[in-house]
Ligand binder design. Structure first.
Ligand code: AHR
Length: 632
């Protein structure tokens, strides 16, 4: 029974309580929310990013009608601009008949371009030619087997100055293995850059906008805030600026790299192992926040790296530059149109301010003292110029530990307003720690639970998260904001699981965890009404949804394998990224009953522990195997 005390009123719950955190992990941005269909559109991929990358990653040479030529990616004085240095040079032999062409094809991200009959796509390219007669470009959409999906486009490139050409193409046939083919006729040298195929329909039809189904699923959460752009993406990598000709490739996410015309945004290598174009940059994030009615909450690097890197940059000039960049970011978001950065915002199409109120400095830091020395300098500079901006700090890897304790002590001492906590835990932990915030100091900093999840996308995980969120809400006077993480995952590019929304190139689907977030986000109360429950049943429901027992040949095929008992106790967990498997609990003898025909077998000869089906020689347990199949 639940007793409600309608005479007392608990803490108020802010409208911004439940939000979302977006980071380009699991191809969330490039290849996901940012719907550019051409991968490596500006030929900037480089072996320095990843051993398998070249300027021609995702591109293939192609020819029609017997045309011949040669191609290479070059970085020379003819480049499009200093931030987009590589381009594709085609040297055409000429001499083949009319309609013949030599050039390239691009198969897009992962499994090929998903193209829908009747939908329109904008093809665009920056091009120049030294052929005085001009160069005819033929643009086709084809399946992997070469079947045409739309009438070809014909583009006439004229002159040896970089010029942007664009045209609309509407497929008459749908495909999920589409590719874009661009060939050039005649002779001479033609140069191409920023080859793009972009859906005309985007979320709210913004130019350079967002993939509609994914943006709509995020919007349906009714988020109170949008934290972006990371995560480890922000605080790892070099803190050097992107300045030609000395441009570090693995840079932390720095907002100035991501604004202005898209052809002037430099490609960067992402902490999660792939390249990002910054097509989805700070302007687009601010605009998305506005479109979904969410408070924007950007995160800037504090010149200390976390996420396993653990380095602090001591260069005072660099530190000062980052502090100034943060002040400039606030001007970009809120400044008048005659200010330097406010003008850029206006030129990008948004003269009105974005209404920025919070900036987070640093993410999940591992070096508490080094981070804090820098944090207080950022905060002092921001507060001196923008006293109304809340500067958010963090607590390192939570939910506990020496770093966490030290950072909380430093945050408390310095009178920080809001501290970001992150934790990824078992559902059992969530059930056992519902009261975590009941005892938090009401005089100290407030909590921004910027990243949390229980490890799994099952119904049971979702219920555990819902139960935990009642504890957050009960403590809404100290827990001000909370966001599940990560939000998006392309099923062919998984660096982190579980995630809230899954997708492939053409479709997307939500999870039970998503439904919990949607429920809470769309039903934010005004205030907590004190209540007491008695006779609460113990949580003894078995976990359902066992997978893979009969097909699991080798643990190397799976990520994140867990074995749990019927009462939710995790017995074995292995994400296979952290070395050998480990038993997290001893298996008690003879206390388990058979269910679903699952048997547990320990293979002492192998590094990993195997779970197999059906061998009665082994002791029976009431177990469920949960595993995510490794992509590829
Ligand atoms: O959400 C995935 C990662 O988890 C984030 O990048 C990082 O902040 C945390 O460790």
């Amino acid at each position: 029974s639940i007793t409600i005390d309608s005479t007392a009123m608990g803490p108020e719950i802010a409208d911004t309580m439940y939000g979302v955190f977006l980071e380009d992990i699991n191809s969330a941005a490039d290849g996901g929310l940012y719907p550019e269909l051409v991968r490596n559109r500006s030929f900037e991929f480089n072996p320095a990013d990843s051993g398998s990358y070249t300027g021609l990653t995702a591109w293939r040479e192609t020819a029609t009608g017997g045309a011949t030529g040669s191609l290479r990616v070059v970085d020379d004085a003819e480049r499009l601009n200093e931030r987009n240095r590589n381009y594709l040079r085609l040297d055409l032999d000429g001499g083949a008949g009319a309609g013949a062409g030599y050039g390239v094809s691009n198969a897009g991200f992962h499994t090929g371009m998903a193209l829908t009959a009747g939908d329109s796509y904008t093809f665009s390219v920056w091009a120049r030619t030294d052929n005085p007669a001009g160069t005819p470009l033929t643009v086709s959409l084809r399946t992997a087997a070469g079947q045409a999906l739309a009438a070809d486009l014909a583009i006439d490139v004229r002159g040896d100055e970089w010029t942007k050409y664009s045209a609309t193409v509407t497929p008459t046939t749908s495909a999920t293995d589409g590719s874009l083919v661009v060939t050039a006729g005649g002779g001479g040298t033609v140069r191409l850059d920023m080859v793009s195929l972009f859906p005309e329909e985007t979320y709210k039809n913004r130019p350079n906008g967002l993939r509609k189904d994914l943006a709509e699923k995020i919007a349906a959460l009714n988020p109170g805030f949008l934290r972006f752009p990371g995560g480890c993406l922000v605080n790892t990598g070099s803190h050097e600026a992107y300045e030609a000709p000395n441009w570090p490739r693995k840079r932390s996410y720095q907002w100035k790299d991501t604004v202005g015309p898209i052809e002037e945004r430099a490609t960067n290598h992402n902490f999660w192992g792939y390249n990002q174009t910054y097509g989805l940059g700070y302007f687009e994030y601010f605009q998305f926040a506005e479109d979904i009615g969410a408070m924007p909450l950007p995160v800037v690097p504090a010149l200390v790296t976390g996420c396993g890197e653990n380095r602090a940059t001591d260069d005072p000039i660099l530190l000062q530059r980052h502090i100034q960049d943060t002040l400039d970011l606030i001007e970009f978001a809120n400044g008048p149109v005659d200010s330097t950065w406010g003008r850029l915002r206006a030129e990008m199409g948004h003269p009105e301010p974005f209404g920025l109120t919070h900036v987070q400095v640093g993410n999940e830091e591992n070096l508490p003292d080094a981070f804090f020395e820098r944090f207080v300098r950022f905060r002092a500079a921001i507060e001196a110029e923008y006293p109304d901006i809340t500067v958010v700090s963090n607590s390192g890897p939570a939910p506990d530990g020496a770093t966490f304790d030290r950072l909380w002590a430093l945050n408390r001492q310095a009178g920080v307003e809001l501290v970001d906590e992150h934790y990824y835990v078992s559902p059992q932990w969530m059930l056992e720690n519902n009261a975590r915030y009941d005892s938090y100091d009401r005089e100290g900093p407030e909590v921004f639970l910027g990243e949390y999840a229980s490890r799994g996308n099952t119904h049971y995980n979702a219920l555990a998260e819902a139960a935990y969120m009642t504890g957050l809400e009960r403590n809404a006077d100290v827990v001000r904001l909370a966001s599940y993480a990560p939000v998006l995952a392309h099923e062919d590019s998984v660096q982190w699981s579980p995630d809230l929304i899954w997708f492939d190139n053409s479709t997307s689907w939500s999870t039970p965890n998503y439904e919990v977030q949607r429920l809470f986000g769309n039903n934010v109360g005004d205030a907590v009404v004190p209540s007491r429950a008695t006779g609460t049943p113990a949580l003894t429901e078995p976990i359902t949804g066992a997978v893979g027992l009969s097909t699991w040949a080798t643990s190397a095929a799976y990520d994140d394998v867990r074995v749990v008992s019927a009462d939710g106790t995790e017995l074995f967990a292995d994400d296979f990224s952290q070395g050998a498997a480990r038993w997290t609990h001893a298996v008690p003898a003879g206390t388990w009953t058979v269910q679903d025909g699952a048997y547990l077998q320990t293979d002492t000869a192998a590094t990993n522990t195997l779970v197999t089906a059906g061998d009665p020689a082994w002791r029976d347990y009431d177990l469920h195997l949960k595993a995510t199949k490794r992509s590829g």
